[in-house]
Design a protein around this ligand. Sequence first.
Ligand code: C5P
Length: 221
Amino acid sequence: LAEGPLSGRHVLVTSGPTHEPIDPVRYIANRSSGAQGAAIAAALRDLGARVSFVTGPARVPPPAGVEVIAVETAREMKAAVEAALPADAAVFAAAVADWRVTAEKAGKIKKEQGKLPVLDFSENPDILAQVSRMAEGRPRLVIGFAAETDDVIAHATAKRARKGCDWIVANDVSPATGIMGGTENAVTLITERGADAWPRMTKEQVARQLALRIADHLSQH
Ligand code: C5P
């Protein structure tokens, strides 16, 4: 482990999309690349933290020097997060599927002439909200993400209250920004003190700044 302001700290990071199975060969997913989460895990590592990296099936590889816990579904991610706790801080960068198919079919759904499958959905557990509201063993700093396409600050501020987390890293993922799946990010950090808009920078730079803010917070609280 590197020596740095996070030496001796344990930080949990979730990253990537989740895959929710329909049948043995099909699943529902989303476009998260896992790039921002991987960059955050690497930046925390570089500041000396021990990092537990709980990742769904991402397009970018996990960074070296972190403990990788690979999962597929939201429910697996929740179990992996619970197993990785306690932590000093937790960063929830994963794009967790909101819904899963209620009853995964044991066999491949057959294509039948003139017949369309109907899927029934259930809500997935909200991992960020559950960890934020832990009665015991809550990380001292819980950070969520908000991917918004409009009214970014208003929606992210409401999300911070609804989830019960300490900070929200909000980003504008309107297709025109090229952020989702791209190399850059433009984020606004929402804390108890309000909204702080950061200039557009690479996802590595966002990760570095966030890791420094986390180190600063943990040193003072
Ligand atoms: O509600 P929404 O999905 O927009 O919230 C995004 C934030 O909540 C992200 O930090 C994401 O990792 C987290 N989340 C979660 N579990 C879910 C849904 C979202 O941890 N089921």
